[in-house]
Write a protein that binds this ligand. Structure first.
Ligand code: GLA
Length: 723
């Protein structure tokens, strides 16, 4: 069983059991076919320390002198005595690899604990790791934490993670890795606006396309921690775990707890290599969205709660005329929902607003060739709803007492509470209602929202975020099984539930409630580090953003939305004349390029001028042959603010094939366009802009092209074609 060596796409993972317990000897660059005797890596024993070599365990443990964050924290309660078996000594009993998958079983017979670790190294280099802990003892075992961790090489000296808030999700922050633990904690009961989609450690100054990077993502939509731990002995691990509440996981004899999956990628070519590993994995899944991603019109910023059949039919007609392919009716259609104070939980079409049900609108939409989508928020309830009045005991609260008996409810958030999906009757009610809506109406798409944090979240008086998260997953799974053709979007006050746990059961995420293109450039860039663009909703909002009051040209809004799953969230009835023609052009442009955008490699240039972002999509090699790779690309050059120099200078267009010749041309705006005059701030544009440029991929990547002097908050589109 010794050692296990998984290899793929330039990555190796080596697990050895030569010291008894399973340890991760290497995760990083591919090591080739043959490995030396790994005992050569046994560390020296420093002065004033434990008299033993300390392995970096697959599940690091104090019994082998690991003094960093432990892999397992837990204890047993036997005959009323708590705190027993607080330290386990796991050693490997089997370690098997089958191609790219390995299963390692470790056990401590005295403590009655067995841990099975499952590892898969996918063809694109993405690594999956999870542990399953089983209680073989005769008394209950409390799991306080079971963490998934991976060591990174000593030259990883900088850490990048993401944080945010409503309307500003997934912004980067960087720091030097120093001794101690950097922990990102999510106690929101959902993934959270501030959750770090990725924790990346890398060599000094690692960037979009240079440097070695090791990165992890925890696939979990409940409470969690992600951490980087640098020990005093110099070793560094990255990891993540579910953050469990008091006695949330108590294993009875024979029961098992499974960790969320830790996804991890290594790249020797910066963050773009990390994205490649994630995208390759997403796109290889059998249930990954396929076919053209339809142009969306969402009604939220167009009409908000002002639902009226006549208005919405007009909106649908206007949308169809533009070339929209999916019409999504947002919040406001169900019983009692006139604003956000009432109605959540009553998943019946409101009879006063919709006397004929949703059918007249659905027919107006589908008869014009569009799919119909509907907004729901199944996990939530307003106190002002029939269901809350009928079943107050279904509303989540910290103590077992019902509200009628003085049981305290958690504080409200957007006037709403959480429905206790751990209660089987409540779960069944929600399932039945959404199932009935999908059966009774011609609905192709659900925008599944979740608009509050879970605070003081209990079931029967005990903390239950863990169980609620699993129950919500079961609800998604059951509805998907019953309605396999219905697509589901994960929305959560914008982008507060973006993780690979929810993305296993949904088909796109709503990245943010902010449709301001300038904010979206950053939000989408960092969301796109993990999630491919076909799964990231990106809409053109009104010219003046509803969430920031900034005003942008249509071209800046459209070029921003183009690099995602494109749509509009705008009262398009008001868009007339030349602006309507321009909008139609962008919709046509999206349709023309969506196959490339949704299958290609995402490329982000390292641009020294921080006022400029250059990103694009390069056609991916479909059949493994070099001959037909990188035949086309689409790039956006985005000016976010004024630059420090008079000219941006030459900017590289990377990611093309070095030995191929390409033509680069300005796709938008063209000189006749109104936005042309707004976008450029030049006495005389660089000559190549008018005529196009021809150069090799090597030249474009190394020397680049002189970029135009763009006005702040403007963008241009470049089309690259192989000659
Ligand atoms: C949340 C979503 C929005 C919209 C509203 C409706 O805030 O993020 O997109 O659906 O709810 O209430």
């Amino acid at each position: 069983m010794n050692p296990l060596h998984l290899r793929s796409a330039g990555t190796s993972l080596v697990i050895s059991t030569h010291r008894g317990e399973a340890e991760i000897v290497h995760w990083g660059a591919d090591l080739g076919d043959t490995l030396p005797d790994l005992s050569l890596l046994n560390e020296p024993i420093p002065p004033s320390s434990i008299d033993a070599n300390v392995p970096t365990g697959l599940l690091p443990q104090a019994s082998s002198a690991w003094q960093g964050r432990p892999g397992l924290r837990g204890h047993r309660i036997t005959d009323g005595v708590a705190g027993l078996d607080f330290s386990v000594r796991l050693s490997a009993v089997s370690a098997d690899a089958d191609g790219r998958t390995a299963v390692v079983i470790q056990t401590d017979p005295d403590a009655g604990i067995t841990v099975a670790s499952h590892l898969t190294l996918h063809p694109g280099g993405l690594l999956e790791l999870r542990h399953e802990l089983t209680n073989h003892g005769t008394s209950p075992f409390h799991v306080d934490e079971l963490a998934t961790m991976l060591p990174v090489a000593p030259d990883a000296v900088e850490l990048l993670d993401l944080t945010g808030r409503w309307c500003r999700e997934r912004h980067p922050q960087r720091r030097a890795i120093q001794q101690g633990t950097w922990v990102r904690t999510g106690r929101h009961g959902r993934t959270g606006h501030d959750s770090s989609l990725l924790l990346a450690a890398g060599t000094a100054g690692f960037g979009n396309r240079h440097g070695k990077v090791w990165a992890t993502h925890l696939a979990w939509s409940g409470n969690h921690e992600q951490f980087a731990d640098r020990l005093a002995d110099g070793r560094t691990v990255l990891g993540g775990s579910e953050l469990l509440g008091p006695a949330e996981v108590v294993l009875q004899p024979g029961e098992t707890y499974q960790t969320p999956t830790l996804f991890a990628a290594y790249s020797d070519r910066g963050l773009d290599g990390i994205s490649e590993a994630f995208y390759s994995w997403f796109r290889s899944r059998p249930h990954h969205v396929s076919g053209p991603r339809p142009v969306v019109l969402n009604t939220w910023e167009a009409v908000y709660f002002d639902h009226n059949l006549e208005t919405l039919v007009e909106l649908a007609e206007s949308a169809a005329d533009l070339g929209v392919e999916r019409f999504v009716l947002d919040d406001g259609w169900f019983r009692g929902r006139r604003d956000d104070h009432a109605g959540l939980g009553d998943w019946y079409v409101d009879g006063t607003l919709w006397p004929g049900g949703l059918t007249p609108l659905i027919e107006a939409v589908t008869s014009r060739g569009m799919d119909f989508g509907l907004w729901v928020e199944p996990e939530m309830v307003n106190l002002d709803s029939d269901i809350a009045r009928e079943h107050p005991e279904w509303i989540v609260r910290p103590a077992a007492r019902s509200p009628k008996d003085g049981g305290r409810l958690p504080l409200e958030w957007r006037h709403q509470h959480v429905i206790d999906l751990v209660n089987p009757a409540a779960w069944q009610y929600v399932f039945d209602r959404i199932d009935a809506l999908l059966r009774d109406n011609n609905i192709s798409y659900l925008k599944w929202d979740q608009n509050r944090d879970l605070l003081e979240h209990g079931h029967a008086g005990r903390a239950s975020v863990h169980q609620q998260t699993l129950a919500a997953y079961r609800l998604f799974d059951a509805l998907r099984a019953a309605h396999p053709s219905v697509e589901i979007e994960s929305c959560s006050s914008g982008g507060a539930r973006v993780d690979l746990g929810i993305l296993e059961r949904t088909d796109r995420i709503w990245a943010s409630d902010c449709n301001d293109a300038l904010e979206r450039q950053t939000i989408q860039r960092w969301t796109g580090m993990v999630v491919p663009p076909e799964l990231v909703g990106a809409h053109i909002g009104p010219s003046t953003s509803h969430t920031t009051a900034r005003t942008h040209d249509l071209s800046f809004r459209a070029i921003t939305a183009l690099f995602g799953h494109f749509g509009m969230e705008w009262d398009v009835r008001t868009v007339t004349g030349a602006e309507r023609q321009e909008l139609k052009r962008f919709i046509a442009l999206y349709k023309e390029h969506r196959e490339l955008i949704h299958s290609g490699r995402m490329v982000r240039a390292d641009v020294p001028d921080e006022s400029l972002m250059v990103h694009g999509v390069v056609a991916a090699d479909h059949d493994g042959g070099a001959a037909d790779s990188a035949t086309a690309a689409l790039f956006a050059v985005v000016r976010t603010r004024t630059g420090f120099a008079e000219m941006p200078g030459r900017v590289a267009i990377p990611g093309l094939e070095a030995g191929r010749n390409y033509r680069v041309e300005l796709l938008f705006p063209r000189p006749a366009d109104a936005d042309y005059g707004h976008a450029f701030m030049e006495a005389q544009p660089a000559p190549w802009l008018a005529s196009g440029a021809q150069a090799s991929g090597r030249f474009l990547g190394e020397v680049g092209l002189p970029m135009p002097v763009l006005q702040p908050e403007h963008a241009i589109l470049l089309r690259v074609t192989a000659l």
